[in-house]
Design a protein around this ligand. Sequence first.
Ligand SMILES: *[C@@H]1O[C@H](CO)[C@@H](O)[C@H](O)[C@H]1NC(C)=O
Ligand SMILES: *[C@@H]1O[C@H](CO)[C@@H](O)[C@H](O)[C@H]1NC(C)=O
Ligand SMILES: *[C@@H]1O[C@H](CO)[C@@H](O)[C@H](O)[C@H]1NC(C)=O
Ligand SMILES: *[C@@H]1O[C@H](CO)[C@@H](O)[C@H](O)[C@H]1NC(C)=O
Ligand SMILES: *[C@@H]1O[C@H](CO)[C@@H](O)[C@H](O)[C@H]1NC(C)=O
Ligand SMILES: *[C@@H]1O[C@H](CO)[C@@H](O)[C@H](O)[C@H]1NC(C)=O
Ligand SMILES: *[C@@H]1O[C@H](CO)[C@@H](O)[C@H](O)[C@H]1NC(C)=O
Ligand SMILES: *[C@@H]1O[C@H](CO)[C@@H](O)[C@H](O)[C@H]1NC(C)=O
Length: 523
Amino acid sequence: MGLLPCANVTILFQALLIIFFSCFCLPACTAIDTITLAQPIKDPNAIISNSEAFKLGFFRPANTNNRYVGIWYNKISVMTVVWVANRDKPLNDSSGTVAISKDGNLVVLDGREKIIWSSDVSNSVSNSSAQLLDTGDLVLRDNSNGSIIWDSFQHPSDSFLKRMRISNNANTGERIRLTSWKSPSDPSIGSFSAGLTDINLPEFFIWNGSLPYWRSGPWNGQKFIGIPGMDSIYARGLNLIDDREGIVSISFNPENESTYYILNSEGTLGRRYWIDGIEDWGIRFPAPRTECDVYGKCGPFGSCNPQDSPICTCLRGFEPKDIEEWNNRNFTSGCLRRTPLRCERNSNSSEVGKEDGFLKLKMMKLPDFAELSTAMEDECKSQCSKNCSCIAYAYYMGIGCMLWTESLIDVQKLSMDGVDLYIRMAYTELDKKKNMNLIISVTVIIGSLTAAICTYYLKRWIVKRRGCSNESMLWDNVDQVKLEELPLYKFEKLAIATDNFHLENKLGQGGFGPVYRVMLVHQ
Ligand SMILES: *[C@@H]1O[C@H](CO)[C@@H](O)[C@H](O)[C@H]1NC(C)=O
Ligand SMILES: *[C@@H]1O[C@H](CO)[C@@H](O)[C@H](O)[C@H]1NC(C)=O
Ligand SMILES: *[C@@H]1O[C@H](CO)[C@@H](O)[C@H](O)[C@H]1NC(C)=O
Ligand SMILES: *[C@@H]1O[C@H](CO)[C@@H](O)[C@H](O)[C@H]1NC(C)=O
Ligand SMILES: *[C@@H]1O[C@H](CO)[C@@H](O)[C@H](O)[C@H]1NC(C)=O
Ligand SMILES: *[C@@H]1O[C@H](CO)[C@@H](O)[C@H](O)[C@H]1NC(C)=O
Ligand SMILES: *[C@@H]1O[C@H](CO)[C@@H](O)[C@H](O)[C@H]1NC(C)=O
Ligand SMILES: *[C@@H]1O[C@H](CO)[C@@H](O)[C@H](O)[C@H]1NC(C)=O
């Protein structure tokens, strides 16, 4: 055996290299994306999706020694966990395993082979495997026919990823919602959840426990109308589908890859997007954004405006239910109607006043519990006014005619976008502004008249007594208020206008005598 030729050395070296990598590197270097019965993964190993976008493995949140099985973005430099398996049952060491159990379920086992988490599919499957897809979805398949028997997108944690779907099925009670972490170092189920409602018009909600914490307003086909500034860019990728038979779902399909929604442990839902230059996540449109966004901040019939101080006011025609509480900035009790509606008075059949009307409030976040009517835009008002239990209406293109009964809650004055809301109001309340103007003008007229007459007589009196021409200079100036310039009405005309000074037209009694409300047409 002499010296090997150069080429042969190279070939031998390459062969050795291949053997070396096969022996020591294969499990870690080859990106496998599937867990099978024969191929479980043991901490600290992981599986990586085909295009390497997502990774499933074991992780430890900051400030804790607990370990969890989760899915995170693989190509992003900041560890960003989007799904956790054993949220409520952490591993306390690095002896965990993710495996397929004999009944076909995906399970997490601790160091003593005890199941601490399971996909909990009840129908046993003899041969199944779990694959991490490039979407970040972990799917468990029945290998006999390839059907998906469980997947992580149907059981989300706090993240709403691209191509995911959040849904609500009123018929089966099945719902897919986000649930917050308890804290940034504890993925166990926190108090906040987010998803769609199925009552009346579908909306997106955040709940704190079982209480609503924030709502988006209804969907108009393109966006949620209760989120000011939710333009097409923000809404892009979101699509709500309502089959009007109890199933509503919202999907998210943005153009950009690295963007998703997260419901954080403080209850804020926001859209995160990766900023390459900064190497960190940015957040857009967090909700709730202002104090006013917190559900029902100002109570029933209250309206919130973040630019006001205090932020809460009663809707026009309403007054605080408990003025002391209200002044102490506790707005939860809300407001009450000041003047009963004619509808209500009628039911007591005492007096019959003028027809109720509607007060228009511009650019509002519409109240919760809207009922959709089939009425067209021009019939919406009459639809509401002919039914005594209807207390407000609004019409919005893409949604239709919305009616409210009972209460108006979670109303906000928006500085952009928003909808015109029409509130049913007693005639006298509706007319109060007009009345005020009349009272002022009638008072001014009578006041000026009296002043002019007094001046006239005073002047005559002075001239008569002193005969002083110097002083009359002063009075000449006063004389500029000429009687002719004031509107004078014939007594008959006023008598007709006030229905012979009928009590119904009397507004009150002032220092100059009774004040009547009149409508006069100038000729
Ligand atoms: C981890 O938890 C198990 C019980 O699940 C316990 O027996 C074990 O001592 C714990 N190990 C450590 C290091 O705390
Ligand atoms: C399970 O299914 C896979 C894929 O169809 C197949 O390769 C494998 O041999 C099956 N295993 C068993 C134990 O049947
Ligand atoms: C796949 O097979 C299982 C039984 O092995 C059956 O229950 C299921 O309906 C099948 N799915 C499809 C899509 O055929
Ligand atoms: C959520 O509800 C809990 C319990 O009712 C309460 O203590 C907490 O302040 C609420 N959180 C927010 C942000 O409102
Ligand atoms: C997509 O990403 C680019 C670059 O990060 C950004 O400028 C753009 O606004 C994003 N588009 C959307 C719809 O978020
Ligand atoms: C606000 O008023 C409600 C209703 O009276 C009461 O239950 C609640 O304790 C009050 N909240 C505060 C912070 O005082
Ligand atoms: C109607 O009558 C009832 C009982 O007489 C009374 O309690 C209620 O306040 C009345 N409603 C209105 C709007 O006046
Ligand atoms: C009035 O509206 C209520 C609530 O929407 C409804 O239950 C009731 O049937 C309506 N009444 C009439 C006469 O349409």
